[in-house]
Design a protein around this ligand. Structure first.
Ligand SMILES: [Zn+2]
Ligand SMILES: [Zn+2]
Length: 800
C-alpha cells in the first residue's frame, strides 16, 4: 500500500526530513519525503503493518524541536517506488493562502497553565506558535494579529518581547496573550431564564473565580453554557441523570447521542475501549470526538440519558486551556454538546448566546475574545483500522484536499516520480453542498477548500450560516467563483442560492456525462449520488473506470424520484446509473422518513396490496391506529403524497420496523443505527434472497423475496440480531453481484450508509474475497458532509 502524509507545523529546519528518511528506511519502506511552504509531504510504500508503524512512530519519535500541528494521512494504492528518497524542496506555493485549523493545546502550554509559578498559571487563553486558535479567529489573510480577533488586545511588554524573540516559543504567535493583556473569562448569571436580554449581562465573577463558580454549578446539576474556541458548548455532569434529562428537554433533543469530554486520556479508559489508533486520535492536535465502544463491565458512571440505547460513546479530550482548566477542576467527565437548539448552527457570540440559549442554560461562562466563525467539534470513527471522519470541522477545516484526477495527469506524474503540475487556467468552482449536514467547497487551482460543517439547512439560522460561510470563503481566499455546482433538487435552499447566484432560475443541467463544454455564467447541477462517488474517488485518488456504490437516505434522482441505493459506472466520458433498488412508495413523503412503519407499509403494500391492512400479525400495521390506517389506505390507493424511492436508508428503516425494533425515530438515521447495534457482534454468513432482476430500462434489486423471508423469520421467533445480520449480508451479496456484472475492478463505497461499520467492513471483505478493489472514505465524510467535494469534481469533469 501507499501512505500519503502531509505534516504541518514546526517541521522545517528541525531535522524532520532526515528523521523521516531514517524511520522509513529502517522499516524497509520505499517512497519519498520533501518540504514545501505548506508542510512536509511524505509518500511511503510497503506492507500495511510497516506503514502503520511508520505512521504512529512519526508522532512518537519525531525530533525534539519539531511540533506537529496537523497530520493528514490517506491510504492509497501503491505505485511502485524503488527506494526511499529525500527529494528537493519545492519552492513556490503560497504559504499565506493556507489557513490552519485550530490546534489543541500543546504540552508546553499545558505545563505552564498548571504551574503556580508561571505567569500564565490558570490562564485560559494561553497559546503558542504550536497551538491555539487559528481558523476560528482569522478574519483575513495574511495571518497577522491585525487580521485576527486578537486585534483589540494590545500585548503587554512581556508578551511583546516573546513575540519579537526568534528563540521564543511565542515568536510571531499571533494570538499571544497573558492574564495582564489578553482576553478574560466572566460568569454571567442571575435568573437568566426569567430576565430579558436587556437586563443582562450581570457579571458576577471574573477570572479564575468565574471558572470555579461554573464548576460548582456543574457539580450542582446546572446546565452551563461555555464559550470555547469555535462556539458555545452546553455542559452538564455526565453522571447526573436528572441534569442530562433536563438538557435533553430544554434543547429539544430527545434521543440523539450527546458527546462527552473527559479530563484525561486515562479517565476515558474507564468508560470506553480505546485502541492505539483511537488513543492517537483522542490526543491528536485535531482533538476530535472519537466514537468508542462502551466498556462492558457494568460499572459505567455515565448517565443512561447520554447515549440511550447506543453501544458507543462519543468522546473527546479538552482541546483548549479553558476546557483543560474546567475539566481538571471537576475531575469527572461532562456532557459537552453544541450550544444550539436541536439542529441549528452552534452559537458563537455571547450576546447572541444569551438570546438563543436563554431557555436552555442556567448560567454562562463567557469571554471577550470574539469568535470569527463557528467551528463545531469534529467526529471520527475508526473503521477497518483507519480513521473515518464523520463530521469535518475543528482541527480539519479548512485544510484543502488536493485534486489529482486523470485530468491533471496524476498517475503519469506519480509514475514518473514528479509532483503533479497545477491545473493550468482552471476555473474557480463553488460547490454549495447538500441539504442535510451541509458543508460547502471552494476550489482554487487544484486545491479544494472544504468548509467546516454547517448543518441541516432547515432553519433560518442554518441558512444564514450557509450564506455567511460562502461569503467568508470567497473573501478569505480572494476567490471569485466562475462555476457554481449545486444539487439537482429544485427545492433545496442551496439550489435556490445557486439560482440566485447565477441569475439562472429554472432547471439546471444534470451532469451525467462529462467532457461537455459549459457556457457561462456557469451553473451546474450535480446528481446527489454521483457527487458521493466522485468525492470518494477524489479522496482516494482513483481514476475511472470504476463502479460506484452510492447508498444513503435521500437524494433527488434525474427522473424526479428519490434515489438512495444506486450503482454507477464511471468512465472518463460518462457516468451511467447501471442498477438500483426496486422502487417503493413512501406514504406521507417526508413523514415516512420520521416513521419507519410508513416505509414498511409502503413495501408491504407493494407485495400484498390492500389485504395488508388486515394483517394484524405484522408489527408495522399494529403500530398504527385504525384511523391512521384508514387515511393511509386512501393515500396508497390514490397515490397521494406517496413519492417513489429506491433508497437504501429507507430499506433499513423498513426492516427496523418489520422486526419491531423502531416504528418512529427521534433523529435522522436512528432506525438504521439501531439495526446495526442489534447485531451485537453476531457472526453468520447467512443471507436472504434479494434478487437482481433484469427490468427495463435498468436491472433492479428486488426486495420482495427478502421481505417475505424476514416476515417468516419474525414469525418463527428468529432473534433480531440474526435477522439484522442476514439483512446486512444480503445487501453486501447483492453489491458483489452487481460488481461482477459491471466488469469493473475498482468499487467505490459512498453515502451515509457507509457510516455503518458492519456494512462497510463486510462489503470490503467480501469484495476483496471476490477479487475486487474496494475504496471507502477516510478524511472526507461518506455522508452528505462530503457532497460538496464531489460537486467540485463533477464541475471539473464537465469542464473537459
Ligand atoms: Zn502551546
Ligand atoms: Zn501579556
Amino acid at each position: 500500500m501507499r501512505l500519503k502524509v502531509t505534516v504541518r507545523g514546526a517541521v522545517q529546519g528541525v531535522g524532520f526530513r532526515p528523521f523521516v528518511f531514517r524511520l522509513a528506511a529502517g522499516l524497509g519502506l520505499t517512497g519519498w519525503v520533501n518540504n514545501s511552504p505548506q508542510g512536509v509531504f511524505i509518500e511511503a510504500e510497503g506492507p500495511r503493518a510497516a506503514l502503520e508503524q511508520f505512521r504512529l512512530r512519526l508522532e512518537t519519535e519525531k525530533p525534539p524541536r519539531s511540533f506537529i500541528q496537523s497530520l493528514e494521512a490517506s491510504w492509497l494504492d501503491a505505485t511502485g517506488f524503488k527506494d526511499f528518497q529525500i527529494r528537493a524542496s519545492e519552492p513556490g506555493g503560497d504559504r499565506t493562502a493556507l489557513v490552519l485549523p485550530d490546534i489543541a493545546t500543546c504540552p508546553d502550554c499545558l505545563r505552564e497553565i498548571s504551574d503556580p509559578k508561571n505567569r500564565r498559571h490558570r490562564y485560559p487563553f494561553t497559546n503558542c506558535t504550536n497551538c491555539g486558535p487559528r481558523f476560528s479567529i482569522i478574519e483575513a489573510l495574511p495571518y497577522d494579529r491585525v487580521n485576527t480577533s486578537m486585534r483589540s488586545f494590545t500585548m503587554c511588554p512581556q508578551c511583546q518581547a516573546e513575540y519579537d524573540d526568534p528563540n521564543d516559543r511565542r515568536f510571531h504567535a499571533q494570538p499571544n496573550a497573558c492574564p495582564v493583556c489578553g482576553p478574560q473569562i466572566e460568569l454571567w448569571r442571575g435568573s437568566v431564564r426569567e430576565n430579558t436580554v436587556e437586563q443582562l449581562p450581570r457579571s458576577q465573577e471574573r477570572g479564575h473565580n468565574a471558572l470555579l463558580a461554573a464548576a460548582q454549578a456543574i457539580r450542582e446539576g446546572k446546565i452551563v453554557a461555555v464559550k470555547g474556541l469555535g462556539g458555545f458548548h452546553l455542559i452538564v455532569a455526565a453522571h447526573d441523570e436528572p441534569a442530562v434529562r433536563r438538557l435533553r428537554e430544554r434543547k429539544h433533543r430527545e434521543e440523539k447521542p450527546f458527546a462527552l469530554m473527559f479530563p484525561s486520556p486515562e479517565s476515558v479508559k474507564t468508560e470506553g475501549e480505546v485502541s492505539p489508533l483511537e488513543d492517537r486520535l483522542l490526543r491528536s492536535p485535531e482533538a476530535p470526538i472519537v466514537l468508542l465502544k462502551k466498556t462492558a463491565n457494568g460499572k459505567s458512571q455515565i448517565a443512561n440519558a447520554v447515549v440511550p440505547g447506543n453501544p458507543n460513546l462519543g468522546v473527546m479530550l479538552p482541546s483548549n486551556p479553558l476546557h483543560h482548566l474546567l475539566l481538571a477542576e471537576l475531575g469527572f467527565p461532562v456532557v459537552a454538546t453544541s450550544g444550539n437548539l436541536s439542529d441549528e448552527p452552534i452559537c458563537i457570540d455571547e450576546h447572541e448566546a444569551l438570546d438563543r440559549l436563554r431557555d436552555i442554560a442556567d448560567i454562562f461562562l463567557v469571554h471577550n475574545r470574539p469568535i470569527v466563525r463557528h467551528v463545531d467539534d469534529s467526529i471520527v470513527r475508526v473503521m477497518l483500522d483507519r480513521e473515518l471522519v464523520l463530521r469535518r470541522a475543528r482541527g480539519y477545516a479548512p485544510l484543502p484536499i488536493q485534486l489529482r484526477s486523470a485530468e491533471c495527469g496524476v498517475r503519469k506524474a506519480v509514475r514518473e516520480n514528479a509532483r503533479p503540475a497545477q491545473i493550468p487556467n482552471s476555473k474557480t468552482i463553488l460547490a454549495v453542498g447538500a441539504h442535510l449536514k451541509n458543508s460547502i467547497a471552494l476550489s482554487v487551482g487544484n486545491q479544494v477548500f472544504l468548509s467546516q460543517h454547517i448543518g441541516d439547512l432547515e432553519t433560518e439560522q442554518a441558512h444564514a450560516a450557509f450564506r455567511h460561510v460562502i461569503a467568508d470563503f470567497e473573501k478569505l481566499y480572494a476567490a471569485k467563483p466562475q462555476i457554481i455546482a449545486a444539487d439537482l433538487h429544485p427545492d433545496y435552499l442551496s439550489t435556490k442560492f445557486a439560482d440566485e447566484f447565477t441569475g439562472s432560475a429554472g432547471s439546471p443541467r444534470p451532469v451525467t456525462a462529462g467532457a461537455q463544454g459549459i457556457a457561462h455564467p456557469a451553473r451546474i447541477g450535480v446528481q446527489h449520488h454521483i457527487a458521493h462517488i466522485l468525492s470518494c474517488m477524489a479522496e482516494n485518488e482513483i481514476e475511472p473506470p470504476v463502479m460506484g456504490v452510492s447508498w444513503d437516505g435521500t437524494g433527488y434522482g434525474t427522473d424526479g424520484t428519490i434515489w438512495g441505493c444506486e450503482f454507477f459506472l464511471v468512465t472518463h466520458e460518462s457516468i451511467k446509473r447501471v442498477a438500483h433498488l426496486r422502487p417503493f412508495c413512501l406514504p406521507g413523503g417526508g413523514q415516512a422518513v420520521k416513521e419507519p412503519r410508513r416505509t414498511a407499509l409502503g413495501l408491504l403494500h407493494e407485495i400484498y396490496g390492500d389485504t395488508v391492512f388486515e394483517r394484524k400479525d405484522l408489527a408495522p400495521i399494529t403500530a398504527f391506529s385504525a384511523a391512521e390506517l384508514d387515511i393511509l389506505k386512501i393515500m396508497l390507493a390514490r397515490k397521494l403524497n406517496a413519492p417513489m424511492t429506491s433508497s437504501a436508508g429507507r430499506l433499513f428503516d423498513a426492516v427496523a420496523s418489520l422486526v419491531n425494533l423502531r416504528q418512529q425515530i427521534r433523529f435522522e438515521g436512528q432506525a438504521a443505527m439501531e439495526l446495526e447495534f442489534a447485531l451485537r457482534g453476531i457472526e453468520t454468513e447467512a443471507h436472504y434472497n434479494l434478487s437482481l432482476v433484469t427490468r427495463h430500462p435498468l436491472p433492479v434489486l428486488d426486495w420482495s423475496p427478502m421481505v417475505e423471508e424476514i416476515l417468516s423469520d419474525v414469525k418463527n421467533g428468529v432473534p433480531v440480531a440474526i435477522i439484522s445480520a442476514k439483512f446486512h449480508n444480503t445487501l453486501v451479496e447483492e453489491m458483489v453481484a452487481v460488481a461482477k456484472k459491471s466488469g469493473q475492478q475498482c468499487v467505490m463505497l459512498s453515502g451515509g450508509c457507509f457510516q455503518n461499520r458492519y456494512l462497510t467492513e463486510r462489503a470490503v471483505r467480501r469484495l476483496r474475497a471476490e477479487g475486487f478493489r474496494p475504496y471507502w472514505h477516510q478524511r472526507v465524510p461518506p455522508n452528505d458532509g462530503g457532497i460538496a467535494l464531489g460537486q467540485v469534481v463533477a464541475a471539473w469533469r464537465a469542464k473537459g
